[in-house]
Every structure is written in C-alpha cells, then in structure tokens.
Design a protein around this ligand. Structure first.
Ligand code: PGA
Length: 250
C-alpha cells in the first residue's frame, strides 16, 4: 500500500512574528511544487501571522500543543476553539518535551487527542523512549503503551486523522539519529500495534513519521525504509535552506 510522505516542521519556542513570516513565505515559494504533505507548527504567538501566509497553499498550519479542556479557568493554556478560530488544522500532541519537561502523562495527552479530534483537527501523536528505556530493552514497550493509551477511545473513523511520530528522546536535538534500521524496526512495531487495535488495513494506511535530528543528509535514507513515512523536524525546520531539502527529499 502506498502512503504519502508527510514532512512537518516543529518550530518549538523560536521566532518572533516577523521571523516566522519570513520563513513561512520562503517555504510557500520553495515548496509550491513539492510532492509530499507538509505542515509547519509555529509558536502560538505566530500562528495568526503564519496562517495568513500558508492559507490556500500546500502547507498545513499546526499548533505545538492544545489545552485538554475546551475553555474555562485555565491560566496560560490555549483552547481548541481559539486554534480553530486562527485557521489551525492540526496539533502536535505528546511531544517528548511536553511529556518529560512539562510532565504530561498519557491520560492527559489522550484527553487532548480526543478533544482535538472532536473539533476536526488532524493530530500528530508523538511517542518515543528515553535512552535508559532503550538501553533496558524497553523501547517497543514504551512506544506501545504511549500509542495504546494515547489512542484510547479514538474510533476507527477518527484514526484517519492521526499521524504517529516516533521520536526517540535521545535523538531529539542531540545530533544523534536512530539508524534507519533501528527506526524502521520501531515503526514496524508501532504499525503492528495499530493493526492489533484497528485491523490490518488501518495499520497499512497510518502515516508514521520519524523525528530526532533529521537533516538533509539523513532524510532520504530514513524515508527509504518501508515503515518510515515522513519526518517531524525540529532544528532543521528553522531555516528554509535546511528544511526544504528534507521536504523535497527523493
Ligand atoms: P530535532 O527535533 O529535529 O531538533 O531533533 C525533533 C522534534 O523534537 O520534533
């Protein structure tokens, strides 16, 4: 079964509005003839600016997180309703920085996943093991738990809105990439988990991105692997010069 490649840029806590606008404009121009699916996820403060630039192009607008409640007394949080109002189409959930720095657990992430789906957003659900978990032989188990718990209560119909991003925590922002073989093995395992939950057809269709120090010079080798369907890119997504070659790999 052929799956479309999906390349997403997570800009994390970088860029003022004018810097974000500059990058978004460059990407719109340079990815106009790109063949894959694309997304950029700026900070909340730059979403409106970037929305105006990517609207009607082949680049989707994503947010890096969303609150688990629809609205209310939640100081510092951003609601799905507010994101929808800005034209956001997708949300990244369960990023390892949210899990490990801000202590989000699977239950909270699952609540966010369900709320985002209810409001019609696409979701990129991030999973991935810590170095000590990999060294203890627990990489598959950790990814399975995060996948199963993250998707609890998600229907088969809603699954078409879900992308999984496998991001080994030890590879994020460190310059260390999983080898294409190691990454592919975990992707295959996650696909098997999806198969157990939703059946073989859903497993064959789901897009599984790899994330963790993806660069122009390793993107093609990673994505040549059978189970790697794209990339969630951090550092290299901050400049058109480094993101475009990844987005146009192959
Ligand atoms: P990196 O980040 O590409 O800088 O390793 C990836 C991510 O956190 O999504």
């Amino acid at each position: 079964m052929s799956r479309n490649y999906y390349i997403a840029g997570n800009w994390k806590m970088h860029k003022t509005r004018s810097e974000a606008a500059e990058l978004a404009k460059a990407l719109v121009t340079q990815l106009k003839d790109g063949k894959h699916k694309y997304l950029v996820a700026p900070s909340f403060t730059a979403l409106e600016t970037v929305a105006a630039i990517v609207k009607g192009t082949n680049i989707l607008l994503g947010a890096q997180d969303v609150a688990s409640e629809e609205q209310g007394a939640h100081t510092g949080e951003v609601s799905v309703l507010q994101l929808k109002d800005l034209g956001v189409q997708a949300v990244i959930l369960g990023h390892s920085e949210r899990r490990h720095v801000y202590k989000e657990d699977d239950e909270l992430i699952n609540k966010k996943v369900k709320l985002a789906l209810k409001h019609g957003f696409e979701v990129i659900l991030c999973v991935g093991e810590l170095l000590e978990e990999r060294e203890a032989g627990k990489a598959e188990a950790v990814c399975e738990t995060q996948t199963v718990k993250g998707l609890e209560g998600v229907s088969a119909a809603e699954l078409s809105k879900i992308t999984i991003a496998y991001e080994p925590v030890w590879a994020i922002g460190t310059g260390k990439t999983a080898t294409p073989e190691d990454a592919d093995a975990i992707h295959a395992y996650i696909r098997k988990v999806i198969g157990k939950l939703y059946g073989a057809d859903a497993a064959a269709k789901i897009i599984i991105q790899y994330g963790g120090s993806v660069k122009a010079d390793n993107a093609a080798q990673l994505m040549a692997k059978e189970n790697i369907d794209g990339a969630l890119v951090g550092g290299a997504a901050l400049k058109a010069d480094t993101f475009v070659p990844i987005a146009k790999f192959g």
